[in-house]
Write a protein that binds this ligand. Sequence first.
Ligand SMILES: Nc1ncnc2c1ncn2[C@@H]1O[C@H](COP(=O)(O)OP(=O)(O)OP(=O)(O)O)[C@@H](O)[C@H]1O
Length: 736
Amino acid sequence: MTEQPDEIRVEQDTLDVLYARLDELRAVTRERLAEVRRSGPSGSPQNRSERDAFATLYEDRAALLDAVEDRLCFGRLDFDDETTRYIGRIGLTDEQHSSILTDWRAPAAQAFYRATAAQRDGVLRRRHLVTSGRRVTGLEDEVLDLSGGAASDLNLSGEGALLAALSAGRTGRMGDIVATIQAEQDTIIRSDLQGALVVQGGPGTGKTAVALHRAAYLLYAHRRLLERSGVLLVGPSQSFLRYIDQVLPSLGETGVVSTTIADILPGIEARGTEEPKIAEIKGRSVFGAIVRRAVSARERVPAQDTRVRVDGYDLVIRRRDIRDAIAKARRHRKPHNLARVTFVREMLNRLAAQYTEQLSYSVESDERGEILEELRSTKEIRVALNLAWMPMSPQKLVEDLYAKPHRLAEAAPELSAADRDALVRAPGSPWTEADVPILDEAAELLGEDDQVARAQARQDAEQREERLEYARQVLEGSGGNGMVSAEALADRFATSGPYLTTAERAEKDRSWTFAHLVVDEAQELSAMAWRMLVRRCPTRSMTIVGDVAQTSSPAGARSWDAMLTPLLRDSWRLTELTVNYRTPEEIASAAQRMAVEAGLPVSRLTSAREVPAALTVHRLAADEVRAHTVEIAVGLLADIRSGGAGQVAVVVPAAEVADVEKMLREIPAAASAGDGLVVASAREVKGLEFDAVVLEEPAALVDGPGGASDLYVAMTRPTRYLHVTHSRDLPAGLVG
Ligand SMILES: Nc1ncnc2c1ncn2[C@@H]1O[C@H](COP(=O)(O)OP(=O)(O)OP(=O)(O)O)[C@@H](O)[C@H]1O
């Protein structure tokens, strides 16, 4: 990176203009918001809801303008025709409506990330602006003539800025990478919305970063479509979602619904744990058929006819009538609870016919209604009809399947007796993550009685068209600047109570379908979890990122093809990331060697950075290992903290976490470290990163349920140092 005082001054002047414009827009937005609020709570409900809608609009705009303060502008392109273009977090125009800053997601910004000496796209020079607050502190120029070329073999663009970003201390929160997105990442970020895009890449290749930037890009490029139905982001754990939760807001996007598989069903708390081998059984796609059979079993012809007496008349609930009524109800292919209405109506009609045959006169239609009501409320008839077609909640259906071995045996002939035995559990046991897709499948097949909701939805759709037209006129009148679509504004007009975003509405509604789905650490998902997600995204427009070499769940994917083709057929495409930005070369090579020896399906990986003495291995006596682990962690913490912020993690098998935490609590420097020192299992650190990691007894990790994949994950978390403490032999390949 070069210090060029004159050039820096020029860029500082530009930056001053851009920030002045940002401040001006902030002031205008705040003034408009104040005006709306001043207008007070009077007026008709229609006026009030419009006022609330405008208030939300200005609040969102103010929040967006605040979010882009840091590194508002980070790049400049100089073209052959002597024009220049500045690239930043958002687009800005001056008072004459001329562009002064180009949004990084706009087509006009693409060359900033993609132009190379070989393919310049008219770009002469790419400049990275390094800033601190509102000050320009450095510049990095790449002259794209053939003599200059890329700065390294890896074709890294803005290498100085990139390496500075990569070696900065970790805060425990992921940051955005807009200023230094690399060409192979940019291609993925801007890839077509249609179909499912699978991004396979080794650890640290930026899969999470790319998935989030792609979500922000798609929301920008297809705002109308995506804002209305929303984008669903599925991550592996709540701690992972916390780790990434700043990235989209820093890119000006807040409307994405984030969740985990365990939390995806409204009203279900899946906090129970179970053996991985049980989760594997529950994750098999055959559970789709098992749930279907379990539902069908609740529609059954009894062994005998049932006689009942109503008002002194003898009626027979005949097996053959039940068989016919079931067949008729099934013909409409509605979910069980909804089809039950047809079954009951048919049976009551047949019983009413028996009843009236016994009368000495013919009945009028109003009397017939009374007879039907009488039959419906007769207890024996209710019981008999329920036995033939039981109304069911998903929870009850699945609970019965686990608690009553005969039900499971009937529904699951594909499972071995041993597998079925493993699934048995008492009613009332807590739900586990692997139960969630099964409950969702059951909810889908059982259905809720949503007639009222559907009528309401039809009415809403009609009213929405009117509001949309009105919102378009309003936006035209107020010179809408693309920050909000007419669709979003129309939806805001609709809510006279507190305004609900798409995200908030979607979160409450199990059957909400999203316009795009982003899945991170996707290799962990079972076939049943995929079925559940695909139901939520009927367009199959998805971004799926993961690494099949890091799969620890026995129900997860070892091959994308085997997992996805049965569900998505040919509507998915595979792309790869190959540069490791996180882990120093020495550590990454050791991890790769170990993974290859263990037979994991590792991807090609080249490391962007080298850090001297990044990997240290401590061979110890068995009774010394734990004390050394703790001591090394405390030493690393002091070392890293002396240079500013940073995080150290100690990775041990899950059963050891509490013990190590207890030892660390007794050391004052560790006890007061807060987020700076984390003790966790390999599974808990998946997707996260730390400045330094102390990894205890790798052979024990390999013996655990996640096997060598867990060790691969643990080894590839550090951005600077990895210390391995051990007494047992090291897994093959770990030391070269
Ligand atoms: N172009 C880039 N500029 C700056 N930092 C980057 C870039 N690409 C990736 N990084 C950084 O590299 C680190 C690893 O990225 P990320 O967590 O997205 O990788 P990953 O492929 O999801 O890893 P894992 O498979 O281990 O979960 C992060 O700190 C991320 O910010």
